[in-house]
Design a protein around this ligand. Sequence first.
Ligand SMILES: [Ca+2]
Length: 349
Amino acid sequence: MNKKLIMALAFSSLLFATSCKDKDKGSAPTTELAAVTAESVYFVKEVDSKSTYDVQKPTRKAGDETIFGGRVRIKWDIPVDVDYHHINIRYNVNGKDYLHQASAYANEAIISDLLAKYGDITFNITPCSKTGVEGKTVTVVAKASPVEKQNRIIKVAFPLSENDIWTDNQEKSEGPMKNLLDDDDASFFHMDWHNKTAFPHYMVFKLPNPRKSFKFFYKDRKGQANQYTKRMEIYASNKFDYFKFDEPFTYEVGVKTKAKGNFNKDTFNPITDPKVQGEKVALLDRDLAKGNGAQYVSEQFVMQKPAQYIIVKILEGADANFISLGAWKFFDEKTAVFDPENGVDETQE
Ligand SMILES: [Ca+2]
């Protein structure tokens, strides 16, 4: 019988589900397993999808193999006169009991999802009748192959405070822009609906440091279907000299907002304006969030020059004059190395 068929017949790992020593269920199998061994193995998946198990950790060929540890292979000789229905393999790791079942046609079982740090693991291998009555148990001991470190992509959000944000079009009665930063879905930013003015309108964000790349995420206002953004442009610059971002906001009717100064949203050009001299990063007019708390996650944008200010120009919304939003965040993606054998994340820049 070929190995693929044996593997197909082997049952997957299960927790204890059946009682195997009920006297009403007939007699125990008398066949005894011989030559039972246990050894740590590596699962090797090659690029042509051929899979093998190796006792020695194979040398990785450039880009053509995936190697997984955390496995033990248990082998036995199939006796001449098999009178058992399947084989129960019981083991305990971290104080928890596990049962793996193998078919009567199998001569090996691979136990996976283990760690080398568990040390020696005792496996009790027992022929079992169809009704679950167990025969003679053979015990073997093995340590699992070590699990390799794994690369993971993690998101790292840039911390922003209310001093790092600005808009030309803050509604004065509600919805301060800082509500974008608070991780509260119920709080929202609202552009001016008392003194309506047509698009474009702007949001400016000061990142903690100049960056060459970023992604952003935003969420529309929860429960509001018709105030989402249809079209926006993203610009980046290393300055925005209309005012100092670090200065405190002024209060206007309960909502913190910065003065507009001489900023003119209708003539402002983020590229040619000497106070900004930015670069255009993107025009976004497809697959944006469509209201009611919907979310949008951008691609990773890479700038020509490092930039600390991100300028969002809102060109069109579902409403003719304003948008509302629930959240807005900038973040980066980093590769983190996770070592399952010691549980440590080794984050790389
Ligand atoms: Ca919010």
